[in-house]
Write a protein that binds this ligand. Structure first.
Ligand SMILES: [Fe+2]
Length: 490
């Protein structure tokens, strides 16, 4: 989503306008499944950076032998990219998730399944009463040794963490029966070792199911919250006492969706008059608190924590609302839109029932991250992928203590993804580690893994590992100290 506009004017040197490399090529598919050791590395891989970076995102936005185009950037088939770092070497592997949509695409001529933004050919009759196909394309989590590919309107897909073979939809030993959902942004509690998540549900009444998964992988539902209406909600915050929800008024037109009258994304509307609702669900029982607020638009919550009786939640707030933004998401192959994200804000939910907020940084971006050892704790540093005022893509680090930011600015026309913070060692200070981000160079049509010093990200990367190919625009990922047990080429 963090795409610079195409450059069409002079670079200021007085010479003729440069021919801009076309960053839209990041939406070209990567059909081949690969496994190789990366041999083009600039700089030096940090010897003590050992583990695996997992990334998930669509790997292709076409389906079938005729390569029928899918109509929305969020509809592409989920593909895992695995970057294994051993201190001296880097191995890259990618695998598609064998979802019904992916498998149908291998043998059929066109679009056979309804997506979140793609309709089946044949009009309303061909789409009525059909759930969107699970694309397994949004995020990936390893917990405890279970590798799950996530998509918010369905259940996760489990992959074998060594072979990356698709094992199928995962239902947590029957605790997540169809059609329950498991959102794409679970949060790991660094104190308890539990994973928390939620699922939005429509029937028999609109609700949010709240889940905890213990350190051994057993899921239990600990709360089911009834809400006035179903809304699109992508993320939540986790504090030591609460799950924090920020429900924006992105409201699906359920009767028209059910009748298949249009694609689901086009039948969701931002209803500003309904406002946004902040909700605190206690993790260990007790009263749920809800506070009404003016309407906001966000996708991602970076972190949340408690300060005395107050709760603070940090999120990326967009100026555009869903109805303004969705056209850009549909026209991702050609858009020149400057819409690239929001600004980082912190909101305080007071014990007095009031909510107040303030921005933290002027740079516009998306895909916020923090040191995940501090989930639920006040953080001094936030990171995200931005588009600077000069049109360049950048990794941004916000220093909340000093009220300033640093940027790692990429060359023209590049695209950069979510920056993942990795601590130098388990007891390192919050800022002491690396930022891992995948950058795309449209002139070479190749991607590279950048390793930045998180203390000084504006400096040249410590290392850049050039892949042999591009990686289609990915979304989210994580780092783990686990390393696959299989050998290259197996
Ligand atoms: Fe997300």
């Amino acid at each position: 989503m963090i795409n610079p506009p195409r450059r069409q004017d002079s670079d200021g040197s007085g010479g003729p306008p440069e021919t801009a490399a076309d960053w839209h090529r990041i939406f070209e598919p990567m059909l081949k499944e690969q496994d190789y050791e990366v041999d083009e590395i600039e700089g030096r891989l940090p010897p003590d950076l050992i583990g695996t970076l997992y990334r998930n995102g669509p790997g292709q936005w076409e389906t079938g032998t005729g390569r029928a185009p899918l109509q929305h950037v969020f509809d592409g088939d989920g593909m895992l990219s695995e970057y294994t770092l051993t201190g001296r070497r880097l191995r890259y592997r990618n695998r598609y998730v064998r979802t019904p949509q992916y498998l149908a695409g291998l043998k059929n001529r066109g679009i056979t399944l309804r997506g979140g933004g793609t309709q089946r050919p044949g009009g309303p009759l061909a789409n009525a009463f059909r759930f969107p196909a699970n694309a397994a394309n949004t995020n990936v989590v390893l917990h405890p040794e279970r590798l799950l590919m996530l998509w918010e309107a369905g259940r996760p897909y489990e992959l074998d963490p060594d072979t990356l073979k698709t094992l199928g939809e995962h239902d947590f030993q029957g605790e997540l029966p169809w059609p329950r959902t498991f959102s794409a942004h679970p949060k790991f509690d660094p104190e308890s070792g539990e994973l928390f998540n939620f699922g939005m549900e429509l029937l028999p009444w609109p609700s949010i199911r709240c889940y905890r998964i213990d350190p051994w992988g057993q899921l239990t539902q600990f709360h089911r919250l009834r809400i006035p209406r179903l809304v699109f909600n992508h993320d939540f915050g986790l504090t030591p006492r609460h799950m924090v929800f920020v429900l924006d008024p992105i409201v699906p037109d359920l009767p028209r969706i059910a009748l298949g009258l249009n694609s689901i994304d086009r039948l969701m509307h931002f209803r500003r008059e309904l406002g946004t609702r902040f909700i605190l669900v206690p993790r260990d029982g007790g009263r749920v608190r809800q506070v009404e607020h003016e309407a906001l638009m966000h996708f991602h919550i970076n972190n949340a924590w408690e300060e005395g009786p107050d709760t603070v939640v940090e999120l990326l707030r967009w100026d555009e609302d869903w109805d303004q933004l969705n056209g850009t998401l549909r026209e991702f192959r050609t858009t020149e839109s400057r819409t690239v994200g929001g600004r980082l804000w912190r909101y305080r939910i007071g014990a007095d029932g009031r909510v107040s907020g303030a921005p933290c940084c002027e740079h516009v971006g998306e895909l916020p991250q923090h040191d995940r050892r501090r989930t639920g704790t006040v953080t001094d540093f936030s990171y995200y992928a931005a588009k600077l005022a000069n049109g360049r893509a950048a990794v941004v680090k916000v220093d909340h203590g000093l009220l300033k930011s640093q940027t790692h600015e990429l060359p023209p026309d590049h695209v950069v993804g979510e920056p993942i913070f990795v601590p130098r060692h388990t007891r390192a200070a919050e800022d002491d580690g690396w930022l891992l981000a995948v950058a795309y160079d449209p002139a070479k049509h190749r991607s590279r893994l950048m390793i930045l010093d998180a203390r000084e990200p504006s400096r040249a990367p410590l290392a850049q590992a050039q892949l042999r190919h591009h990686v289609p625009q990915d979304l989210h990922g994580m780092f783990t100290s686990r390393i696959t047990r299989s050998l290259p080429g197996e």
